[in-house]
Design a binder for this molecule. Structure first.
Ligand code: NDP
Ligand code: 2IT
Length: 444
């Protein structure tokens, strides 16, 4: 049996109750076969894949807090420090009722390769809790965040592990967590990214994931002789990534006609009104029905359905496993040319294969949404040198990083005879640097 298959079997047996983690490992190891086969003896002796698929350490902890009625609530907090071969652990904190060990491990595992692709010195980690910020007062969110950080602060630090936002964690939550870290540690350091601009945050971090997604999509189109101008784009989600992806796509001359949240989706044939979407989601924290109510030509539908709308480009920006095989078939039937993932693992493995086999240019999340964490690393640099850069400076570095990622993953795929397989290219390019660093650092 090949080394990859042996390790896959072992990982499956060991983590049987974590389907999302297994999905992420399978996708990566399967596409690394050409590299692993070429170095099988060394990697086997080094147990490289066994080490890569086992987190350095993981924390799971109780998060008690008091709600507005005086009732004590208890959530479960997580932090997985997966791999720090190339830099301190770095990755977001997800606050969503679906959070469990397997979800955090899949995200932490993906983060290793994504962070490597940015070319910046950051390792892979992820955390969060099964807390739902929806419907909670600001005071309740603060109580939760303070309790969460009271435990988390023992394991993180500016040179150790630097968390950031993800689903359910935005500027408000990062602010409360930063305040609590500072109070307990009496240290003012860049321990979190995505901070507010008045206390160490970076300009362009809010926009970075969505903007970065469009910079790489634009490069992909350009390299295939196309532009963004006049293209119809379908986007899922209505959060941080979706909003700024929509904004940048429109600045590039494309028309974005959909968005969605966990209860329904919008089709707006005139193009999404970003200012209105921001007002509904960022300010009022309301449902998309409010968007539809303010736009007479927009349709609101319950459930899921954005992938049935005819488009040139599809950008899944909500959550994992939201683009299924039947959606992939619909996109292909409608003539979609490109799918680039703003979310982490939004496309199932069979849907990804179907899109690739049917000629759709497909860039996975590790490459396509790396602009967020790359700009977090730029925030860390600014914090270290006690300076802050202009929006234009950060944005131009972000553009260069995304264009470079496109060419690196394209080259890696070509080197192994799989031109156009950007999933393989991203996994190989991300892996090579981490593997070299792990071997150079000995058995640890
Ligand atoms: P937000 O919390 O800002 O927005 C998430 C959006 O997705 C919301 O519209 C939410 O709907 C929807 N959503 C969440 N869970 C589900 C679900 N189970 N079913 C349907 N819709 C859902 O998160 P982000 O925009 O930050 O994150 C979106 C994705 O991008 C995630 O996969 C995240 O891991 C990834 N990502 C984020 C980065 C960042 O910098 N923020 C960086 C790289 C990747 P509702 O409003 O109803 O909750
Ligand atoms: O999935 C991701 O890359 C993020 N949520 C951003 C992580 C970060 O550290 O900025």
């Amino acid at each position: 049996m090949s080394y990859v298959d042996e390790v896959l079997e072992r990982v499956k047996a060991k983590n049987a109750s974590e389907p999302e983690f297994l999905q992420a490992v399978e996708e990566v190891l399967d596409s690394l076969r050409p590299v692993i086969d070429a170095n099988e003896e060394t990697y086997r002796k080094e147990a490289l894949l066994e080490r890569l698929t086992e987190p350095d350490r993981q924390f799971k902890f109780r998060v008690p807090w008091v709600d507005d009625k005086g009732q004590v609530q208890v959530n479960t907090g997580y932090r997985v420090q997966f791999n720090n071969a190339i830099g301190p652990y770095k990755g977001g904190l997800r606050l969503h009722p679906s959070v469990n060990t397997g979800i955090i491990k899949f995200l932490g595992f993906e983060q290793i390769f994504k962070n490597s692709l940015t070319s910046l010195p950051i390792g892979g980690g992820k955390g969060g809790a099964d807390f739902d910020p929806k419907g909670k007062s600001d005071r309740e969110v603060m109580a939760f965040c303070q309790s969460f950080m009271t435990e988390l602060c023992k394991y993180i630090g500016a040179d150790v592990d630097v968390p950031a936002g993800d689903i359910g964690t935005g500027a408000r939550e990062i602010g409360y967590m930063f305040g609590q870290y500072k109070k307990i540690k009496s240290t003012y350091e860049g321990v979190l990214t995505g901070k507010g601009l008045t206390y160490g945050g970076s300009l362009a971090r809010t926009e970075a994931t969505g903007y970065g997604l469009l910079y790489i999509t634009q490069e992909l189109m350009k390299c295939h002789g196309e532009s963004m101008e006049g293209k119809t784009v379908v986007i899922s989600g209505a959060g941080n990534v979706a909003i700024y992806a929509t904004q940048k796509a429109q600045q590039m001359g494309a028309k974005v006609v959909t968005c969605s949240d966990s209860t329904g989706w919008i089709y707006d044939p005139d193009g999404i009104d970003v200012a209105l979407l921001k007002e509904v989601k960022e300010v009022k924290r309301a449902r998309l029905t409010e968007y539809a109510a303010a736009r007479p030509n927009a349709e609101y539908h319950e459930g899921r359905g954005v992938w049935q709308i005819k488009c040139d480009i599809a950008l899944p920006c909500a959550t994992q496993n939201e683009l299924l095989i039947e959606d992939a078939k619909q996109l292909v039937a409608n003539g979609c040319k490109a799918v680039c993932e703003g979310a982490n693992m939004p496309t199932t493995i069979d849907a990804t294969k179907y899109l690739q086999e049917n000629g759709v240019w497909f860039i996975g999340g590790k490459a396509a949404n790396a602009g967020g964490v790359a700009t977090s690393a730029l925030e860390m640099s600014q914090n270290s040198e006690r300076l802050s850069w202009t929006f234009e400076e950060v944005d131009s570095k972000l553009q260069k990083i995304m264009v470079d990622i496109y060419h690196n993953i394209d080259d890696a795929a070509k080197r192994y005879g799989h031109e156009g397989d950007y999933v393989m290219g991203a996994n190989i390019a991300g892996f090579e640097k981490v593997a070299t660093a792990m071997i150079a650092q000995g058995v640890c």
